[in-house]
Write a protein that binds this ligand. Sequence first.
Ligand code: ATP
Ligand code: CA
Length: 689
Amino acid sequence: MLEHFAIAVTIVVVAVPEGLPLAVTLSLAFAMKKMMNDKALVRHLAACETMGSAMSICSDKTGTLTTNHMTVVKACICGQIKEVSSSVETSTLCSGIPDSALKMLLQSIFNNTGGDIVQNEDNKIEVLGTPTETALLEFGLLLGGDFQAEQQKSKLVKVEPFNSAKKRMGVVLELPGGGFLAHCKGASEIVLAACDKVIGSNGEVVHLNEASTNHLKGTIENFASEALRTLCIAYKELGNEFSAESPIPFEGYTCIGIVGIKDPVRPGVKESVAICRSAGINVRMVTGDNINTAKAIARECGILTDGIAIEGPEFRVKSEEELRELIPKIQVMARSSPMDKHTLVKHIRTIFEEVVAVTGDGTNDAPALHEADIGLAMGIAGTEVAKESADVIILDDNFSTIPTVAKWGRSVYINIQKFVQFQLTVNVVALIVNFSSACLTGSAPLTAVQLLWVNMIMDTLGALALATEPPNDDLMKRQPVGRKGNFITNTSGKTVFHIEGPDSDLILDTLIFNTFVFCQVFNEISSRDMEKINVFKGILNNYVFVAVLSCTVLFQIIIIEFLGTFANTYPLTLPLWFVSISLGFLGMPIAAARLIFTFNYTCVRAHTHTNPSRIRRNKSRETVYWNPISSRLMTVANLSGEKNKGRREKRERARGGVNKRKHYVTHSFKGFVLYARIAYFCHKCYVFL
Ligand SMILES: Nc1ncnc2c1ncn2[C@@H]1O[C@H](COP(=O)(O)OP(=O)(O)OP(=O)(O)O)[C@@H](O)[C@H]1O
Ligand SMILES: [Ca+2]
């Protein structure tokens, strides 16, 4: 009783794949630890694996693809384009700029800012703020401005800080001589649209006519096509009437100038984008910046190739049908608001059912990071809001860490897949062997201790071995599995026979079907004579047999090669025909081997249970054995071959062959029952599945 109980418990222990959760956790934890060495901090454990199935990456530009170290390198003030660099003297920079314009520019730069300039302990000047702000403040210093003095001159009445939706920033100053003045800076084409005047080359304010508008627009386009981020700086006199409660008006501005800010592309981005491409991951750029700047940078990174670039406001108004057509082609989305980024990610996820990864650093990326299947935030330049919304933090702010994360994700997926396939096979075999033998014989072939050892090998140690397999570079050469990928695949079958292409499933099915039919054909031949090994002997004498067999083969060829649509088959190549026929033929040697085995086995058994009465009947005093297959006594000579054939035939004739026929009938009946049982079992399995 106790023994049976122990066996039952062991079988249950073997049957439960308790190594699976272990393998999953182990694989994830292992990947997480290794990813930490590769400068990726995983915040949610499951994210390790999700990244492996990513099909699409939406990346923002500033700070992710670019370094986020910004400097003003070009400026267009009073119609003059100036090259700016720290080596240029203030006097040369300011030459040609009228005093009034310079004064207004410095007032704007130093008052309309979210940054600050302080003196640190070493008496060095330090510029604080977001990269765009610091770039502008440094430009102001280069122009010879004094931050503190400029700020003390006038009183700040109202501030509308920068946000990514409006893409501009504005302040209102109360001037020392009385009256209010509004300053605005922001996305160049947006601010320029609010201007109707411009400071001319002599410092006078002139109406913005078509020629000057086109000149400014051309300048913006020129700067942008050089991958520069452009900002337009403008002011507006508000007169004496302004209350701090009312919003800053946004029309009738006077344009002071346009600056071009350089933000170089991070080294290694191009290579990383190429790796993602070859791994079947679609990389898109979604940025708040100008479309031309975005295009230029996207080309430099290898993101923009043959796809399209679209602007946020245009994207926003498209219907769902239009988006369905458009989204697969979009490679760059510029001037996007945080909600545009979010909408794009949501549509890729829901309409196309792709697994989407989003990378970002700013507060404007937070909604998209949150919506994505996996959010990756930049660790150094990233804002707290972005990091909070992300699943993985890229500690070195390097875009090339992203393919590494994807590689680890794929390795986790593959490792778990390998383990599941390993465990499925081992578990099922161990279970069937033990369960069936316990049912049939009452005892399991493996003892409890043995079973527990087997269980340990296949569960715990198996998990440890397979889950910690490190990734190889080949992982990034295959397509992502995506959301609908099959976890348990039949690729093994396909890879064995080198079946590829879109019809590979059908080809594999046809191969199985063909092999099955040829198994039957050869089985038919094997069944011609149950006693003899050479079943081909005299085959041509039976015309019916030959005709039936030939017709079967002929029809099979027609079905496979020509009746594809009707029979759901696919024409097989010559090597695949060879494979299926050979596999079908395998049954024959197996049948022959079984014949030899049972023959010898029964002989040996007969020898041990020799019936003395029958031995005595042999006149030539040879040792005779009882062969149950042919139901007759045989000498050693009989067993080994065709010797004494004449005598045997004579004896058979004397017996009238009655016994033999009776034997065949029982055999066929037993066979029929067995087949019926197998068929019934298969049917049950099918229904169960
Ligand atoms: N501090 C600022 N003051 C005024 N305008 C700004 C400021 N910062 C950025 N801009 C303008 O707003 C635009 C959009 O900025 P936004 O924050 O939406 O995206 P981004 O940081 O340029 O790009 P990404 O989404 O790729 O990070 C910029 O192209 C720039 O013209
Ligand atoms: Ca950004």
